[in-house]
Design a protein around this ligand. Structure first.
Ligand code: SF4
Length: 231
């Protein structure tokens, strides 16, 4: 008898729900410049995709290279990205990462994010404003490391389902998910859990009736099963 992990079942259900979803990262791939992935990930912290995309477009229309950003006044970067929110902090991070790449890596972002997963992550996190999630998103998409970055949706959904411990921070949740989900499915799981969190397992009112995970989900089983059974 096979002993399929809950994480694998969750992934199978989400594949049926969402199909083959992908991450929209043509912009930096077409330019072979992961600096724009780093910028995009910084801008997307704590804001909607519409706002972060607008800020990104505005920034890129003014500064098209890492060098141009490294030479720009932080106040000018702030003005360009205002729509993304937390623009002072984000502008400082974007400026700092551009200066780091120009100053220490001769403008080569691939070298900046090169090497082992651990060394690249530490290097990214040395830039103020880049935390473990932002570093992991960059390393998942640019370097294809088999990891699961944990954003606010992944935190909430994986805890509700019971794939991750209720207590413990970023590393505990990431490790639990990576233990449950096979390496080849982790990129999909990251994207799919975010989408589930945005569209179905919403923070204030999870929409269980749209969800294919009710029989697997601890939160549903503990809080809603009886209510649903009365219908
Ligand atoms: S069953 Fe409900 S709580 Fe569980 S993952 Fe689905 S929407 Fe979220």
């Amino acid at each position: 008898m096979t002993n399929t992990k809950k994480g694998e079942l969750v992934v199978q259900r989400l594949e049926s729900l969402f199909g083959n979803i992908t991450f929209d990262d043509d912009f930096w791939r077409e330019r072979n410049e992961p600096f724009w992935l780093i910028v995009d990930t910084i801008l997307s912290q704590n804001t909607s995709s519409a706002n972060s995309r607008a800020a990104f477009r505005n920034l890129f229309s003014t500064y098209q290279t890492v060098e141009a950003i490294s030479l720009a006044d932080v106040q000018d970067i702030e003005r360009a990205i205002k729509q993304a929110g937390l623009y002072e902090t984000k502008a400082r991070s974007i400026s700092a990462v551009a200066s780091e790449i120009m100053g220490k890596y001769e403008g080569d972002t691939w070298s900046f994010i090169g090497g082992s997963y651990q060394s690249a992550k530490e290097r990214l996190q040395q830039v103020k404003g880049i935390g473990p999630k932002t570093a992991d998103v960059v390393l998942l998409f640019a370097r294809d490391f088999n990891i699961i970055p944990v954003d606010t949706h992944v935190f909430r959904v994986s805890r509700r389902i019971g794939l991750a411990p209720q207590k413990g921070g970023y590393n505990a949740v990431k490790a639990a998910l990576e233990n449950e989900i096979p390496p080849g499915k982790r990129k999909f799981a990251h994207i799919a859990l975010i989408r589930l969190g945005r569209e179905v397992c919403i923070a204030r009112r999870p929409q269980h009736w749209k969800c294919p995970l009710t029989d697997l989900c601890d939160y549903f089983q503990e809080t809603s099963r009886d209510v649903y059974q009365t219908y």
